[in-house]
Design a protein around this ligand. Structure first.
Ligand code: PLP
Length: 372
C-alpha cells in the first residue's frame, strides 16, 4: 500500500509508539490520584504538556488536553460564546473551515448567536477587506484555520488576529494541519491542534489558551485541567502527543525540505493535464489537491486500490457530505467530482510517490480514452 492520505491521519512515529508502550502495559495508575504511581503519571503528563507548548511556541498561555481537535474547537466556540454572550453575540468564520467549526457555529446560531460566514476567493484565500467590513463591536470571536485540510491553502492568521483585536474580538485558529509543519503565527487567543496529524496517537487533541481567554468549561466533573476540562487524562496519549510534538519541532527543517522535494517529484511524475485546486504559493506543499477535466475520481480510487488517497469531492471531515471547500473556491459539481487529494510527508519515499503519481496519470488517461 502506498499511503498518500496524510491530511486524514499520519503514521505513528516509532519513537512515539515506544514512548507510549510502558504507559499502556505497566503504568496504569490514575494520574490524578495521590499515589506514587499517580504522581509519576502526572509528572509524565506535565512533561508532555511542556513539549506541546514548546512546539506551539506562543507565549502568554497554556495548553489543556482534549479528546480531539474537534472537541477543542467545540469547546473554544461554545465556551467563548457562553462566557461572552452578554457582552457580544456575533461570530465570524470562513466558508472553508472544518466541519468542527462550521457545524458548531450552526449549532450556536440555532441558539441565538449571529454567525457570519465569509466567502473565499478562487485561490481559497480570505479577503482581509471583507473581514474588516464584517467586523463590528458585537463580534466576540473570529475563527479561521491556518492550513486548510482539503486544499492545503494557508490564511494570513496574524493579520486576521490583528483585525479581530482592533475590534475587541478574540481569535480562534484551527491549526490542526499547520502544527508541526509551520511556525504557529503570532496573534490567536485560542489554538486547536490534534496529535494524529503529527505522527502521534488518535484520541487526543489540545486547546492552547491565551491567559484570560479560557473558554467556559464544556465538560464538568472531576475538575481536571484546572477545572476547565474534566475527565481522567490518558498518560499514554499525552506522552505520545508530547513526543510527537518534540519530534516535529526537532525535525521541522528536515521534514519541510523533504516535503518540498516530494511536491516537486509528484508534479513531475503526474505530468501535464492536472490542475491544482487552490493557491499554489499560499499552501502547505504536503497537500496536492488536483483535478483533471472529465475524469471520475471515484473510479480512480476503485482502479488503484493499493494507493491510499482521498476524493477531492467528498468532504474530508469524514462526514460523507460533498466538499464545501471545493464549492467555496468556485468549482462546479463536475470539477469537484474530478478532484483528488494526495497527502504526503515524513515517511513518504520519493520513489513510491512518483510511482503512485505515474499510475494515477495512466489510469486517468485510460478513462479519457474510454470517453473519447
Ligand atoms: N480541523 C482540521 C483542519 C482537521 O483537518 C481535522 C481533522 O481532520 C480536525 C479539525 C479535527 O481533528 P480531530 O480528528 O482531532 O478531531
Amino acid at each position: 500500500m502506498i499511503y498518500l492520505d496524510y491530511q486524514a491521519s499520519t503514521p505513528v512515529a516509532p519513537e512515539v509508539a515506544r514512548a507510549m508502550q510502558p504507559w499502556i502495559e505497566d503504568k496504569f495508575a490514575n494520574p490524578h490520584s495521590p499515589s506514587r504511581g499517580g504522581h509519576e503519571a502526572d509528572a509524565a503528563i506535565e512533561v508532555a504538556r511542556k513539549q506541546v507548548e514548546s512546539a506551539i511556541g506562543l507565549k502568554g498561555g497554556s495548553v489543556a488536553f482534549t479528546g480531539s481537535a474537534t472537541e477543542a474547537l467545540n469547546w473554544a466556540l461554545k465556551g467563548t460564546a457562553e462566557k461572552g454572550r452578554d457582552r457580544r453575540n456575533r461570530i465570524i468564520t470562513v466558508a472553508t473551515e472544518h466541519a468542527a467549526v462550521l457545524d458548531t457555529c450552526e449549532w450556536l446560531s440555532e441558539r441565538g448567536l449571529e454567525v457570519t460566514i465569509l466567502p473565499v476567493a478562487a485561490d481559497g484565500r480570505l479577503d482581509l477587506d471583507k473581514l474588516a467590513e464584517a467586523l463590528d463591536d458585537r463580534v466576540l470571536l473570529v475563527a479561521v484555520m491556518m492550513v486548510n485540510n482539503e486544499i492545503g491553502v494557508t490564511q494570513p492568521i496574524s493579520a486576521i488576529a490583528q483585525l479581530a483585536h482592533e475590534n475587541g474580538a478574540a481569535m480562534l485558529c484551527d491549526a490542526v494541519q499547520a502544527f508541526g509543519r509551520f511556525d504557529i503565527c503570532e496573534g490567536p487567543d485560542l489554538v486547536a491542534i490534534s496529535a494524529h496529524k503529527i505522527h502521534g496517537p488518535k484520541g487526543i487533541g489540545a486547546l492552547w489558551m491565551r491567559r484570560g481567554h479560557e473558554p467556559a468549561p464544556l465538560i464538568h466533573g472531576g475538575g481536571q485541567e484546572r477545572g476547565l476540562r474534566s475527565g481522567t487524562l490518558s498518560p499514554a496519549l499525552c506522552v505520545g502527543f508530547g513526543v510527537a510534538a518534540k519530534l516535529a519541532q526537532e525535525r521541522c527543517t528536515r521534514d519541510h525540505d523533504h516535503v518540498q522535494k516530494l511536491w516537486r517529484a509528484a508534479q513531475e511524475a503526474l505530468g501535464s493535464g492536472w490542475i491544482i485546486n487552490g493557491s499554489v504559493h499560499h499552501r502547505y506543499h504536503g497537500n496536492l489537491n488536483i483535478r483533471r477535466e472529465g475524469i471520475d475520481a471515484t473510479r480512480l480510487i476503485a482502479d488503484l486500490r493499493d494507493i491510499a488517497f482521498s476524493l477531492g469531492s467528498a468532504c474530508a471531515s469524514g462526514s460523507g457530505r460533498p466538499s464545501h471547500v471545493l464549492k467555496a473556491i468556485g468549482l462546479d459539481y463536475r470539477e469537484a467530482r474530478s478532484s483528488i487529494r494526495l497527502g504526503f510527508g515524513r515517511y513518504t519515499a520519493e520513489q513510491e510517490l512518483a510511482e503512485a503519481c505515474q499510475r494515477l496519470t495512466r489510469a486517468a488517461v485510460e478513462q479519457e480514452k474510454l470517453h473519447a
